[in-house]
Design a protein around this ligand. Structure first.
Ligand code: MN
Length: 209
């Protein structure tokens, strides 16, 4: 995919003279462990944005209830447009009336290992798995850990939007604490809540557990 095509939908939906979101561009694919980020987005409806680096962009899903660490929770997820890697650091308020208007915090971030395989058990790239409708990966983040899968349960041509499920694997990192309340959650980047970011509270110094 060309650099222009890769983020065309992301760019088309935004007016960068109005939003502080990064314009960004297609990144080089580095040899380093790929990254992921989970943002909380207090838009017209509250949701989590789950993004995995692949092919120089962030493959993105909106997850209304957010990722859970409980393998019994099947979290509904809807694919959204690819975002630039620069979006990993975005935290702030998108103006009302703009696409995605509302406040965003960086809830979690880290790296992941791809664990996606085809029906014969051969490992395939994460992006290819997403195209085929199933991807597995092990997260190593500040908050999320261990295996997760994304599985398409409905195609777009069935007369609606694509639907996916995000599910925790039953591994040593599984738990039953679910997902914290997004309104109380704090940014791993700046320690701020959604409310504090919306109110313009400046990031504090130091570490943000
Ligand atoms: Mn969002």
């Amino acid at each position: 995919m060309t650099a222009r095509r890769a983020l065309a939908r992301y760019h088309r939906r935004r007016d960068f003279s109005r939003t502080a979101e990064p314009e960004g561009r297609l990144a080089e694919v580095s040899g380093e462990r790929p990254s992921y980020v989970v943002q909380i987005h207090d838009a017209s409806s509250m949701h989590f944005d789950f993004r995995l680096e692949a092919d120089g962009v962030l493959k993105s899903f909106a997850v209304p209830k957010g990722p859970s660490n409980d393998p019994h929770d099947k979290r509904f997820a809807t694919p959204t447009e690819d975002h630039p890697l620069e979006y990993r650091d975005f935290e702030g308020t998108i103006p009302e009336g703009e696409y995605g208007g509302g406040t965003v915090i960086v809830w979690d971030r880290g790296t992941y290992r791809n664990a996606t395989s085809d029906r014969d058990g051969n490992e395939i790239p994460l992006a290819e798995g997403l195209e085929r409708g199933h991807a597995s990966f092990r997260l190593d983040g500040r908050k999320l850990h261990g295996g997760y899968s994304l599985t398409r349960i409905r195609d777009a041509d069935d007369g609606g939007k694509e639907a996916w499920l995000l599910v925790k694997h039953a591994d040593g990192h599984a738990s039953t604490t679910g997902t914290p309340d997004p309104r109380r959650a704090r940014s791993v980047r700046t320690g701020r809540t959604l409310h504090q970011v919306a109110a313009g509270v400046r990031p504090g110094r130091g570490d943000h557990p």
